[in-house]
Design a protein around this ligand. Structure first.
Ligand code: DGY
Length: 324
């Protein structure tokens, strides 16, 4: 009988990464890329020492109690709000995530959404496809400028800083940010004099607001109706963090009234469902949680999760990127 630990990969991933894992483990895969129910996931986790979590499967106390052999949960995402880390610790289960490798790709996409929303790219493209481009007009599809504007960033971790770099150095933007802690002065200086401000000032001063803060109970609906009302009229909001950080229903109302000028959203509460009010609005650019989805980056994320599983359960070298 094999002495190698058994692991589960809960969604389809790159075959090369599966092959690397097969060198160390008995691997059960999900070639059909089916979205398993919680009960199916629990059933498949029986006898498994590790799980490779490509997406946002909830790993909570009840699941851990039902999977007593589990010793490692290795996610290929940087955000791990789907994993109850305290419950994992209580069950002696190690948890890893995948920071750094997706930072630049995700920041690129944040900027893509900002440019698209501010310059009405989605709206203009849809109009053209409908055959409604009939003539030039002086204010036709006129949007907001990105260069030289004030960029507010909520959450100044790795991705926030990568966005700040793009804004300050590439687009000549004034960067202000709200974060628990202040960046070192030298880092602020390198970001064109980025300035840490309170949330209220961030809302009031930003021409464009980029949401990059991790989701937790503390950040649930941190941008709700009251916060949206304090934003500059016509400001653009981009969310590449998690859906629950922004109250989507309140955002839809602020977009409909024009108080928020436009929004670029890659994440949604309850995704893959999207609040229907957002779908009807012309001033939204909506994408299906793909900010990290470049081919090389998705491979790097999967490789890092595999490295973590191998380090924890096969070689004993430990995890490269345990959750902090
Ligand atoms: C992450 O890594 O947290 C991104 O949202 C990609 O899923």
């Amino acid at each position: 009988m094999s002495q190698r630990p058994a692991i589960l990969i809960s969604r389809r991933i790159f075959p090369e990464v599966v092959a690397r894992l097969r060198a160390h483990f008995e691997v059960q895969t999900n070639e059909a890329d089916a979205v398993w129910s919680r009960d199916e996931l629990i059933a498949r986790l029986q006898g498994k020492a590790g799980v490779f979590v490509p997406t946002a499967e909830p790993i909570d106390a009840a699941l851990l109690a039902a999977c007593p052999d589990l010793r490692a949960v290795c996610s290929m995402a940087v955000g791990y709000n789907n994993i109850d880390v305290a419950a994992c610790q209580a069950h002696g289960v190690m948890v890893t995530h995948a920071p750094d490798v997706l930072t630049e790709t995700t920041a690129d996409f944040g900027f893509a959404l900002l440019l698209a929303a501010a310059r009405r790219v989605g709206e203009a493209e849809r109009l053209l496809r409908r055959g409604e481009w009939t003539k030039w007009s002086v204010d036709f599809m006129a949007g907001a400028d990105v260069h030289g504007a004030t960029l507010g960033i909520l959450g100044m971790g790795r991705i926030g800083q990568a966005i700040a770099r793009r804004g300050a150095l590439g687009f000549g933007m004034k960067v202000i940010y709200h974060n628990r802690s202040r960046l070192p002065e030298a880092t602020e200086a390198a970001l064109g004099g980025a300035e840490r401000v309170e949330l209220d000032a961030l809302l009031q001063r930003s021409d464009h607001l980029m949401i990059v803060v991790p989701y937790s109970a503390a950040t649930h609906h941190v941008i709700g109706a009251a916060e949206l009302a304090r934003m500059k009229r016509g400001a653009v909001l981009v969310n590449i963090a998690r859906g629950g950080v922004v109250d989507d229903a309140a955002l839809a109302m602020a977009l409909r009234s024009g108080h928020v000028g436009a929004a670029g959203l890659d994440v949604f509460e309850g995704e893959p469902a999207v609040h229907p009010a957002l779908l009807d609005l012309p001033n939204t650019v909506l994408t299906p949680h793909i900010a990290s989805a470049s081919e090389p980056t998705r491979r790097a994320m999967a490789d890092l999760a595999a490295d973590n599983l191998i380090g924890l359960l096969a070689t004993g070298q430990g995890a490269k990127t345990p959750v902090p």
